[in-house]
Design a protein around this ligand. Structure first.
Ligand SMILES: Nc1ncnc2c1ncn2[C@@H]1O[C@H](COP(=O)(O)OP(=O)(O)O)[C@@H](O)[C@H]1O
Ligand SMILES: [Mg+2]
Length: 233
């Protein structure tokens, strides 16, 4: 579904990504793990058309999307939940959800909002409150809901666990698993390697802008190098 070939990105002299290749099959849940500064956010932004690419190619469903603008990438069915969630804090929860549907022009926006409320009952209770007044976990649910409003084929999540209490993180990851089970393909970027490897099918390890390892998540979870570098063992 997604194929990245030899991608390189830089910020002036800083090389953020160098020769990154990876792929995601339809229906899979894949993670990219790596320390702070490894280049994870840069990679997601490159997929979404938000990042200048120096070299390499990105294909989605056989289309070359390397040079597309972000709204055209969104129209093809890729939704990103950015680091820090990117909500509009002085818009209501429901207005934030509606914004997620901006790439659509069908008549089913209302019924999709109802589906989100069915999945996250708290959001129905808080639908008219400012998003900025919600707890971190609730805001992450709004961010997930907003991304789902575009009916994405591929969902990109940048550090969904960041800043959240462990019990909330578990809840968010339960939702992510439910989404995968309902057929959405998911790519999760995480510093929390244990969490990411526990819920995904496959994973890539990014160090200093390069993919240094990849494989089945459960295999990586047992790998000595991964344990030492990322699992504090
Ligand atoms: N806007 C920017 N200007 C200059 N350097 C940046 C910018 N954004 C990120 N970088 C640098 O690019 C590298 C990768 O950053 P990033 O993709 O944010 O990593 P991660 O998400 O894994 O923490 C880091 O060295 C970071 O300092
Ligand atoms: Mg980041």
């Amino acid at each position: 579904m997604l194929k990245i070939d030899n991608l390189s990105c830089n910020y002036k002299q800083i090389i953020a990504l160098s020769d990154v290749s990876l792929h995601i099959n339809r229906g899979e849940i894949v993670s990219l793990i790596g320390a702070n500064g490894a280049g994870k956010t840069t990679l997601l932004r490159a997929i979404s058309g938000l990042q200048k690419i120096r070299d390499g190619k990105i294909y989605f469903d056989e289309n070359d999307i390397t040079k597309l603008e972000s709204h055209d990438v969104a129209k093809l069915g890729i939704a990103q939940i950015p680091e820090g969630r990117g909500l509009f804090s002085i818009l209501s929860v429901e207005e934030n959800l509606r914004l997620g549907a901006y790439v659509r022009d069908d008549g089913e926006v209302r019924s999709d909002i109802e589906k989100i409320y069915a999945q996250f009952p708290t959001l129905r209770e808080k639908s008219q409150e400012y998003a900025g007044t919600l707890s971190g976990g609730q805001q992450q649910m709004v961010a997930v809901g907003r991304a789902l409003m575009s009916r994405p084929k591929l969902l990109l999540l940048d550090e969904p666990s960041m800043g959240l209490a462990p019990i909330i993180v578990e809840e968010i990851f339960e939702v992510i698993k439910t989404l995968r089970d309902s057929g959405t393909t998911i790519f999760i970027v995480e510093q929390n390697a244990f969490l990411a490897l526990s819920v995904t099918d496959r994973a890539y390890v990014l160090e200093n802008g390069k993919i240094v390892m990849s494989g089945d998540s459960l295999e990586l979870l047992k790998d000595e190098r991964v344990k030492e570098a990322y699992l504090g063992a």
